[in-house]
Design a protein around this ligand. Structure first.
Ligand code: HEM
Length: 400
């Protein structure tokens, strides 16, 4: 089979990568793709790797590098992101944050999340044409995470621009944009300065996440300023791009399945389970990466220490050995067993928040747009399978 290489995929392939995944899952499920990277497509193989302690997040521990040495500041920031840490440090920082993202905390936040959704959905009721990404799907989770961090909500556009710049450095686009790392480093510096000023303004009381990070102690020690700022940037970026894409892609999936859209309109109580099935069917994070810290054998293929291994979660969620008729979107399956939030120690910290946000957003959007449809322009996907979703989503609302 041709080496798997999503760089330069057409927008059609990006919008529907599942037939491609299927070919590899059936023909070469542990596949050596372009640039010497392994791609895993089968559910059980992916679970095996994500559950093993000898695969990790740190390329230098495996004898490799990703961010060029010239961008040391960027590398240092990213190494302070929970998702790129290995134990034992990962265990400590995760424990610190976990209580703020528990289902109980999220239940307490619901009224505030509902208010934010209602505020953004209201103007959609009067407009014949909207860009759902710009007008709802992106600002909504940024406003929610700003609230949690305890920072003012007047920086929406700036937060989004900086987050997109950071994300571009990790995506397929960066290979065609030589200055992507330099721009990402500038964004990292500006966001760091912003969050350090926020941290300096805290008095030590307050329920917000910045205060939590400033006052936290692990093994009796405070977090460094670099760790505090990096964690804020991580929560800001990870906490919104995924949810933005989930909202947009869920609306697209429902448009393609009008009978399910009708059912959800009639019975919004089905929404919590529907959100899990929507994540299984077309999740916002299509793949995650690990580095092999020792030699291993997966499905008979020899993976060497230092190899980069990409786990295609979007393919695992369509694996027929795990899900009956996986290419069907159905509201009656127990989709919570999906792996759209990852597997193992890095399982998404924000999953209860993400699910509540998506449910509240869809409820508000279905009410605000009783007859929405595609605006006739092709839906253009961002050139990225890690953060997977449309860059813009023009919709008619049914209002004239
Ligand atoms: C980790 C998906 C929303 C915070 C992850 C991982 C996935 C994921 C797949 C694992 C990455 C890996 O194993 O390499 C999603 C999806 C979301 C979503 C599909 C929305 C539908 C959120 C939100 C937040 C968040 C709203 C927080 C505000 C995190 C954090 C981690 C993480 C902090 C790292 C956890 C760790 O390393 O222990 N997410 N996420 N996510 N997610 Fe999410």
């Amino acid at each position: 089979m041709n080496p798997f290489d999503p760089t330069g995929w057409s927008t059609t392939d990006l919008a529907d990568p599942y037939p491609i995944y299927r070919r590899y899952r059936e023909g070469d499920p542990v596949h050596l793709g372009a640039h010497g990277t392994w791609y895993l497509f089968g559910h059980d193989d992916i679970t095996q790797v994500l559950s093993a302690p000898y695969y990790g997040r740190n390329p230098s521990a495996a004898g490799s590098t990703v961010i060029p040495p010239a961008h040391d500041r960027l590398r240092r920031m990213v190494e302070n992101w929970l998702v790129f840490m290995d134990p034992p440090r990962h265990t400590k920082i995760r424990a610190l944050l976990a209580k703020r993202f528990s289902p109980k905390m999220v239940a307490g936040l619901r009224p505030r999340i509902e208010q934010i959704a209602a505020r953004l959905a209201k103007p959609l009721r009067d407009r014949p044409l909207v860009d759902l990404v710009d007008e709802f799907a992106a600002p909504f989770p940024i406003l929610v995470i700003s609230e949690l961090l305890g920072v003012p909500d007047d920086r929406l556009g700036w937060f989004r621009e900086q987050a997109v710049t950071l994300q571009e450095a990790s995506s397929a686009r960066s290979r065609r944009q030589p200055d992507a790392y330099a721009r990402a480093e500038r964004a990292a510096n500006e966001l760091t300065a912003y969050f350090l000023a926020e941290a300096d303004s805290r008095t030590g009381t307050g329920e917000d996440l910045v205060t939590l990070l400033v006052t936290a102690r692990t093994d009796g020690e405070a977090l460094t300023r670099e760790e505090i700022a990096a964690t804020c940037v991580h929560l800001l970026t990870t906490g919104h791009e995924t949810t933005t894409n989930l909202i947009s892609k869920s609306m697209l999936a429902l448009l393609a399945h009008p009978h399910l859209l009708g059912e959800l309109r009639a019975r919004p109580g089905l929404l919590p389970d529907a959100v899990d099935e929507l994540i299984r069917f077309d999740g916002p994070v299509q793949m995650v990466t690990r580095w092999a810290y020792q030699d291993d054998v997966v499905h008979g293929r020899k993976i060497k220490r230092g190899d980069k291994v990409v786990l295609v979660l979007g393919s695992a969620n369509r694996d027929p050995s795990r899900f009956d008729r996986p290419d069907e979107l159905r509201l009656d399956r127990r989709a919570a067993r999906h792996c759209g939030f990852g597997i193992g120690i890095h399982f998404c910290l924000g999953s209860p928040l993400a699910k509540a946000e998506a449910e509240i957003a869809l409820r508000a959007l279905l009410a605000a747009m009783p007859a929405f449809g595609l605006a006739g322009e092709p839906v253009v996907y961002a050139d990225d399978l890690v953060f997977h979703g449309p860059a813009r989503l023009p919709l008619t609302t049914g209002v004239h």
